[in-house]
Design a binder for this molecule. Structure first.
Ligand code: ADP
Ligand code: ZN
Length: 763
């Protein structure tokens, strides 16, 4: 029966859905998941039908939907169900979730059915078969003849853009040919492949190792809804396992699949492997796609033309039908968590969606998140292990360099450091002697090195030697970072920039010192110290251009770079067999953060970057420079011992309890005025405390309110309340009630409340 009324989720931050009546003429095109155009306060907006048979109030007259632009629902039933789960689990307004699930061009009511991107094609309409005919036709127009014959030589059918731009044909000649009926100009829909620019390398067929084979067997005989944690050390060949599973699921099984990677730009090698294996079946969803390109890709996926989607976080919403497998590579990566509403974690959404679709999930990592590890131990997930590198490759040898001893030079006790280091002080601060020596040796052998420093800019902060004052951002409670090119200080949270001071603003003292290393400083130092080395720096500042990441990495692959220096960006799944040395310049950057995941993050980063070394037959060596050589994260990284790291870290998360021991939600209150922000945080905490004691949800605890670790960002004061829960369902209930009933009453302080469930960071 066609629907007479529907519930519609609107793209506004409201938690309800709204009923609209459906006129006869639209009824055929309206079903759950359909986009509809409705009027909201005199404005047309796109809403999504969530229910085609809602309970109605018989006395009320409902407004009719204005239009139903789609022949088929934009969201399939399993995808709609997944979005509804996100809305309730993360306490996010349903319309905001649905908007995140669709390409931007499909969410505007101005043009509900945007034209597919198309290009103009010039095609010969009249072949002018005889020479006589041809001579007669072109007697007074030799230019037209030239272009006509050019078209012929190119097969008779060429994009106009190509003629004009690559071949230098003037548009007036093409127009003239068209006017005379000799050439037709038609439109052709295109789907531009985001990765088309990259050469497609054929891939050697690899025979799986025994360990890979047994993982593949387990995965291809799995039941719908199964979740696997594939724990494989770096270089153990996880990608081949994914590819073989997709051959089974997609090629043999006729189903579809999603492959999530942390960030496409940083993992071109992994993407290349999927493209080599599956060619045109693959759609690559890249953050640099234009809105039009994104829509084209979305349509090709929705129509079944592309059956494997490779992309970052938001690719979890790809409009595939009949998904057989969802792969989450590097599942521990924080980038799977969205930083704005809806604040979903793509790994967890993957599990919900795969269950709705009747597919399996593979979470792959060399350093799984503690949450996934705990789930595997509880046998909620099935654990598969690839314990060794393929082809008998050894894990690289990791050495700690205690920079406290190195900095003290001859004053330190112990044989290793008792000799005086004669090198300049600036160099000593960056490269310890052993790392320096190894770097020279590596370059001399024509091998390559990776240096990690997880702090961009030149220096971490500027401090007055006389009074100790540090220059902070005026908008954020965080120090400004010194940059050299261009010369200035900038805030990494809000982008504020100002000149580097020549004197202290507080005491007027002239001796301001730059402290804390950044990647720019290390680059400068390497250029001075190793002038013959070819250094490439990869961080946010060098990769703003659309293809910058891939260009840098391709240069490394072609061995045009001796030293790749960068932030965490360089730690991801790179596979360069000629990299034999890895140096972690300052392991303490992350260890000292006031966040419960600081140790986990640091361990993952060290283990991942160490895993870039020694992937070829030449073996590898890793140096970790630190002032905390006894820290369990450092020790476990040295031993390549994930299991001992998690064992210790899981204990640390019991008292005080943090995930995975408990479930967490962070509620952040922010506003432009300090006192009002604190007050609203107090009210929020009280509201929650009352709610919890009144609602008898004993397993949820309220912690705080307290100022956030970063008290102020972008001129907004920040306070937070933590909710800690033993049971997930009770936390869902509390958050849902809070989201729909607590009023912040903004006023002049512009107060806002953000609910962040399963936060990846509490800063
Ligand atoms: P991981 O993602 O587990 O770190 P990769 O999937 O990048 O590892 O694989 C590491 C390297 O080993 C790659 O160069 C890959 O081509 C190679 N490799 C993987 N499996 C095999 C195999 N069965 N035989 C030979 N080489 C393999
Ligand atoms: Zn700032």
């Amino acid at each position: 029966m066609p629907p007479r009324a529907v519930s519609v989720a609107l793209p506004v931050p409201l938690y309800g859905t709204y009923a609209y009546s459906v006129e006869e003429r639209h009824a055929e095109r309206v079903a759950p998941g359909s986009r509809v155009v409705v009027a909201v306060r005199g404005r047309k907006v796109i809403g999504i039908v969530t229910d085609a048979d809602p309970p109605l109030d018989p006395g009320r007259k409902y407004r009719a939907i204005l239009d139903a632009p789609d022949e088929e629902p934009s969201l399939t039933a399993p995808l709609l169900a997944t979005c509804q789960w996100i809305s309730s689990y993360y306490a996010a307004p349903p319309g905001i979730v649905l908007r995140a699930a669709l390409p931007a061009l499909l969410t505007g009511a101005g043009k509900p059915s945007p034209e597919p991107r198309s290009r103009r094609i010039a095609e010969i309409a009249n072949p002018l078969a005889t020479l006589v005919e041809r001579d007669a036709t072109f007697r007074r127009s030799p230019k037209q003849r030239e272009v006509f014959e050019l078209l012929e030589s190119l097969g008779g059918r060429v994009p106009v853009e190509h003629l004009e731009h690559q071949l230098g044909v003037s548009s007036s000649v093409i127009t003239a040919l068209a006017r005379r009926g000799l050439v037709n100009i038609g439109k052709e829909t295109t789907m531009r492949d985001a990765f088309a620019r990259r050469p497609r390398k054929p891939m050697a067929a690899l025979e799986p190792t025994d360990a890979q084979r047994s993982a593949i067997n387990a995965l291809t005989s799995a039941a719908a809804g199964d979740v696997f944690l594939l724990h494989g050390v770096t270089g153990s060949g996880k990608t081949l396992v994914y590819i073989e599973v997709l051959r089974h699921v997609v090629d043999a099984g006729g189903r579809t699949a999603i492959v999530l990677v942390p960030e496409i730009a940083l993992t071109p090698q992994t993407v290349d492997r999927f493209r080599a294996a599956f060619g045109n079946k693959v759609a690559v969803l890249h953050s640099a796609l234009s809105d039009g390109e994104r829509l084209d890709a979305w349509r090709a996926i929705r129509s079944g033309e592309r059956r494997i989607v490779v992309g970052a976080r938001s690719a979890i919403f790809a409009p595939l039908s009949n998904i057989g497998a969802i792969i989450v590579d590097e599942e521990h990566e924080a980038s799977y968590k969205q930083g704005e509403a809806p604040r979903y974690h793509a790994r967890d959404v993957a599990i919900v969606r795969a269950r709705a679709e009747g597919g399996i999930v593979i979470l792959g990592s060399a350093t799984p998140s503690l949450e996934s590890w705990a789930n595997a131990r509880r046998e909620t997930y099935r654990l598969l292990t690839l314990p060794e590198r393929v082809g008998g490759g050894a894990m690289p040898r990791v050495q700690i360099v205690d920079v406290r001893a190195a900095a003290n030079g001859q004053r330190a006790a112990g044989a290793e450091t008792s000799t005086h280091d004669p090198r300049p002080a600036t160099l000593r601060r960056v490269l310890s002697e052993p790392l320096d020596r190894a770097l020279r040796d590596t370059i001399a052998r024509r091998e390559q090195a990776i240096l990690l420093l997880n702090r961009r800019g030149f220096a971490a902060f500027v401090q007055c030697e006389a009074c100790g004052d540090v220059v902070d951002c005026p908008n954020c409670s965080i120090s400004l970072t010194v940059h050299r090119t261009p010369e200035r200080m900038t805030c990494h949270y809000c982008g504020h920039a100002e000149p580097i001071p020549v004197a202290c603003a507080r005491c007027g003292g002239p001796t301001v010192k730059e402290r804390g290393l950044g990647t720019q400083q290390v680059e400068r130092l390497l250029l001075d110290h190793l002038p013959s080395a070819r250094v490439a720096r990869m961080d946010v500042d060098t990769t703003s251009a659309r293809w910058a990441h891939a260009d840098i990495l391709d240069r490394v692959a072609r061995r045009e770079v001796d030293i790749l220096l960068g932030t965490q960006m360089i730690a991801k799944g790179l596979d360069f067999p000629n990299v034999t040395l890895v140096g972690v310049i300052d392991a303490d950057v992350g260890l000292n953060l006031p966040d419960f995941r600081a140790a986990e993050r640091s361990f993952q980063l060290m283990a991942q970057v160490a895993g870039r070394a020694g992937r070829g037959p030449k073996g590898g060596l890793v140096f970790i420079q630190t002032r905390l050589p006894g820290h369990h994260a450092v020790r476990a990284a040295v031993e390549h011992d994930y299991r001992s790291f998690v064992a210790k870290e899981l204990l640390d998360r019991e008292f005080p309890p943090y995930p995975p021991t408990v479930r967490l939600a962070n509620i952040v209150f922010s506003g432009t005025r300090e006192v009002e922000t604190m007050e609203v945080a107090n009210r929020g905490a009280e509201f929650l405390t009352k709610l919890i004691s009144g609602g008898r949800v004993e397993t949820v605890h309220v912690i705080g309110p307290a100022p956030c670790a970063i008290e102020r960002i972008k001129a907004r004061w920040r306070w937070h309340v933590l909710l800690r829960a033993r049971r997930s369902s009770e936390l869902t209930r509390v958050l849902s009630y809070f989201a729909t009933h607590f009023e912040a009453d903004g006023g002049a302080a512009d107060l806002r409340v953000v609910i962040d469930r399963d936060p990846v960071s509490l800063l």
